[in-house]
Ligand binder design. Structure first.
Ligand code: BES
Ligand code: ZN
Length: 636
């Protein structure tokens, strides 16, 4: 071996020692990061690789019933397979071709997790067929009455499987750690249409029978079904939108830029691997903004603002086609592996399509949200870590701005340090290398160190010092395993928002609202304006703003939400009818929770909240009303 090689090895060993030293000073790495504490499934013994469904959707009884056939890979020759269920009635279970019935038992109910379903198999069993039905109150399902839809004539059903609700409508190994393909045959009432997170037909079946095929492997939280009176409109040759006929026109107009987003995302992160990308616009009770169901994103109609101003949500769900759907968090503890990457990519896609100023505003809004979240949670709160410890808790507890925004800023910090080109290449390779696989925080950091921090030293020994510095500079472990926000978090400057702040200042000092310079302000300018108004506002000031800018009348859900929070805070009663109307007409938890919480701060507010809630609760999704029940101490 010549001296150059020795030199390289020597430096490499030195560097590794140094990296270990730094890592040693950082917060401890939790072991066994790939163990999912939110599943009963014995996935280390036997894994489900494919599912076939034959289901019937009964709108009269609010029940889905039928058969789920699970194809097995029995790794250890196990004699039992354990599945996740919650509120399912299991009628019988057969093996293989169905001639042989087998024994099964449901274990004790565990909060959040439901009940383990243990089924006897043999090492030679290839398939188990579970005959089952769902409960009318199944948490993943919302059964809508016709009057809760835009058309008002037909009922509607949709599912929401994330986080661990797939088990309330499908007996399965409900863990993001395993992936499966599926086929389904679904019978719905004649005249209704059905779509799934799979290949979909674009027209109604006359007999109400729909067949689906999902050829790419997905985790169970991406299983989805929607049934109702909707139709399809193409936006490009691989993108389209499903919506009720009454809103399909508006939806198609609003989402027209999706192909542009896709093109830019592919350029940065590699080919879209799922065939089609369609968007399903659900009725307003959908509890989320969006849900990245494979091939078929579900969205709330509250993003149809009429001016394409709330499309970062589409960019977000689209970005999940790489972050989350392709490379998936191994457990809920690494929710940031899905949402942090996605939130970063969202702003990159928005920058590519709408420009730098636009993206800077998004980053700025994100940053304010993050700072407020950390302040509220406390800097030392363990839940301000990216890698969480959700054992024994509802995985929904991890659904905070930490995973989303601290995660996004972590990646932005990496981008700033490595340079955009190098970091984009890294991400594209990351998605390629780990496509259709799972990822933990530990694996990600190891991969990053191997390909970025340590790689150059093997190739260009002279760079080792720089690499040692890089490790020190990035503070990787601090970001992932430490609480609060590391001091190398990127600073955000938005010139557009500086303009907004100047106008707020002017209004507070002496300028009338009608004299403010708000020309060409977009939704995001207005949001920044509303979120940075002074804490104290008189009734007259609220009235002046409202009369000048018409906030109470706005059709934009985000602006209305921000305004209504002020209205409650400052008892601006002129907006109360609009508040009531907003709480009764949509069920997005992101809007409902802050509004009901704000109301709950005063005795009169609580009274008003309860009155509205009594009427609204039956129209909300279980995900939303479970959260609000807690805020209002609601006893049903
Ligand atoms: N995957 C999430 C929704 C989710 C997370 C559902 C965890 C259940 C448990 C989705 O991609 C999402 O993040 N939606 C956001 C929109 C986004 C623009 C931040 C939402 O619905 O608010
Ligand atoms: Zn998301």
């Amino acid at each position: 071996m010549n001296s150059i090689n020795l030199n390289i090895i020597g430096r490499y060993v030195l560097l590794s020692l140094f990296v270990l030293l730094i890592a040693g000073c950082a917060p401890e790495t939790p072991p066994d990061q790939d163990i999912d504490f939110h599943t009963f499934a014995n996935v280390d013994e036997v894994v489900v690789t494919h599912m076939d469904f034959d289901l019937n959707v009964n709108f009269d009884e609010h029940v889905i019933s039928g058969r789920a056939s699970l194809h097995l890979n029995n790794i250890t020759g196990a004699e039992e397979i354990v599945l996740d269920t919650r509120d399912l009635t299991i009628e019988r279970v057969t093996l293989d071709d169905g001639t042989e019935e087998t024994t099964f038992s449901l274990g004790d109910f565990v909060e959040y997790l439901g009940q383990p379903l243990s089924i006897s198999i043999t090492p030679a069993t290839e398939r188990v067929n579970v005959y089952y039905q769902t409960a009318p109150h199944a948490a993943a399902l919302q059964w809508l009455e016709p009057e809760q839809t835009a058309g008002g004539r037909h009922p509607f059903l949709f599912t929401q499987s994330q986080a661990i609700l797939a088990r309330t409508w499908i007996p399965c190994q409900d863990t993001p750690g395993s992936r499966i393909t599926y086929n389904a045959r679904v019978q719905v009432p004649e005249g209704l249409m059905a779509v799934m997170s799979a290949e979909n037909q674009k027209e109604k079946s006359p007999d109400g029978v729909y067949e689906f095929r999902m050829p790419q492997t997905i985790p169970t939280y991406l299983f989805a079904l929607s049934v109702g009176d909707f139709e399809f409109r193409p936006l490009s040759d691989r993108i389209g939108v499903f919506a009720e006929p009454e809103i399909i026109e508006d939806a198609a107009w609003e989402f027209a830029d999706t192909e542009d987003m896709m093109g830019d995302a592919e350029e940065m992160y590699g080919a879209y691997r799922w065939g089609r990308y369609d968007i399903m616009v659900l009725p307003p009770s959908f509890p989320f903004g969006g849900m990245e169901n494979a091939r078929l994103t579900f969205v709330t109609p509250t993003i149809i603002a009429g001016d394409r101003s709330l499309l970062s949500l589409i960019a977000h769900e689209l970005a999940h086609s790489w972050a989350g759907n392709l490379v998936t968090m191994a457990t809920w503890n690494d929710f940031w592996i899905n949402e942090g990457f996605t939130s970063y990519m969202t702003n990159r896609i928005m920058e590519a399509v709408y420009g730098r100023d636009y993206a800077e505003m998004l980053w700025h809004l994100d940053y304010q949200d993050l700072i407020a979240t950390i302040e509220e949670m406390g800097e030392d709160n363990p839940d301000t870590r990216l890698h969480l410890d959700l054992r024994g808790r509802d995985p929904d507890d991890g659904m905070t701005s930490i995973a989303y925004i601290k995660g996004a800023f972590f990646l932005k910090m990496l981008e700033n340090n490595l340079g955009r080109e190098r970091f984009d290449n890294f991400l594209q390779q990351y998605f390629n290398t780990f496509a259709f696989q799972t990822m933990t925080a530990e694996q990600f950091l190891a991969h990053f160190r191997e390909t970025i921090i340590e790689a150059p030293i093997r190739e260009v020994p002279a760079e080792d010092i720089a690499q040692v510095e890089l490790e020190e500079q990035l503070k990787l472990d601090k970001w992932v395993y430490g609480t609060g926000l590391p001091d190398n978090c990127p600073q955000i400057q938005s010139d557009e928002f500086s303009r907004v702040e100047e106008q707020i200042e002017a209004w507070i000092t002496d300028t009338a609202a009608s004299e403010l310079d708000v020309d060409n302000w977009t939704t995001h300018h207005w949001l920044h304006f509303l979120m940075n108004l002074p804490d104290e506002l008189s009734y007259e000031q609220m009235g002046e703003l409202d009369n000048t800018f018409g906030f109470t009348q706005t059709e934009n859900s985000e602006i209305l939400n921000a305004w209504l929070l002020h209205a409650i805070e400052h008892r601006y009663e002129e907006a109360y009818p609009a508040l009531e109307d907003f709480l009764l007409s949509q069920g997005r938890r992101k809007f409902l929770m802050p509004l009901y919480s704000k109301l709950a701060e005063t005795p009169e507010g609580i009274e008003m909240a309860q009155e509205i809630y009594r009427e609204a609760r039956p129209t909300y999704h279980p995900i939303s009303y479970h959260s609000i029940d807690e805020v209002l101490n609601w006893e049903n």
